[in-house]
Design a protein around this ligand. Structure first.
Ligand code: SAM
Length: 235
């Protein structure tokens, strides 16, 4: 998928993301809970989309730098975050326009799963983190691919395409499924230590009408997996 793929449905995706179960009541609150107290920390929001997470981080006192590969998404993020915010067009699969050791934390919400090869993205995120900094990641849970395609080989890293309707607009997204072992290997090769991986609950604020009937008495569903990774501290 090209880095600007989201351009053709940027506004529809942004509208959907604002109030959807998956983003507003699951991924975003879970990521913010993992991030914890970010007051005064410099945080890079990698693949920031229209900036909803960046805005929440800003409101919690973080000094946020955001980027996305889609100029259309960046325009929406700039509108949301205001003229003082740093919001760049940049490609996470290429060298990033930031200094070594610039950030306390980096967050890659729902973006790594678009890439076949995680080597450059993880190496770049590690490079721009301070020693001891954290990288927070959310991606499609690898079990989902196997649930969608019961005869597929879970252990292969393979692309698969899904059709969506974002706020009514059709869109196609191509993901790279990879097994949990491949994720863990990629983190280790980039020099990160996995501090935690989690399958968090959805928000207790979720409007019941957003939940399928069989989830209304539940706290969790399978969709994404979250990692907190640590960049090595100096010896
Ligand atoms: C599912 S959206 C998630 C947006 C935001 N992180 C969130 O969670 O609300 C994925 C985002 O990744 C961006 N993206 C895809 N490929 C990219 C790349 N190569 N470099 C930077 N951003 C990319 C897309 O443009 C899109 O905004």
């Amino acid at each position: 998928m090209r880095p600007d793929h989201y351009d053709s449905f940027a506004a529809s995706y942004a509208t959907e993301n604002e109030s959807s179960l998956m983003n507003a009541y699951y991924e975003r609150p879970a990521m913010l809970a993992l991030a914890g107290d970010v007051s005064g920390r410099s945080v890079l929001d990698a693949g920031c989309g229209s900036g909803a997470l960046s805005a929440e981080l800003q409101a919690r006192g973080a000094v946020v730098t955001s980027f996305d590969g889609s100029p259309g998404m960046v325009e929406l993020a700039r509108e949301r975050l205001g003229p003082d915010a740093v919001v760049d067009v940049a490609d996470l699969t290429k060298p990033l326009p930031y200094a070594d050791a610039q950030f306390d934390d980096a967050i890659a919400s729902l973006v790594l799963h678009y890439f076949e090869d995680w080597t450059t993205p993880l190496a770049e995120l590690r490079r721009v983190l301070k020693p001891g900094g954290r990288l927070l990641v959310s991606v499609n849970h690898p079990i989902i691919y196997r649930l969608l395609k019961p005869t597929a080989n879970y252990f292969e890293t393979v692309p698969h395409t899904e059709e969506y309707a974002f706020n009514g607009q059709p869109a196609e997204l191509t993901y790279w499924h990879r097994p949990l072992t491949a994720m863990s290997d990629a983190f280790a090769e980039a020099g990160f230590t996995v501090s935690s991986f989690t399958e968090p609950p959805f928000s207790t604020d979720t409007p019941p009408e957003l939940l399928a009937e069989n989830l209304r008495d539940k706290t969790h569903f399978l969709c994404f997996i979250f990692f907190v990774l640590s960049a090595p501290s100096p010896a």
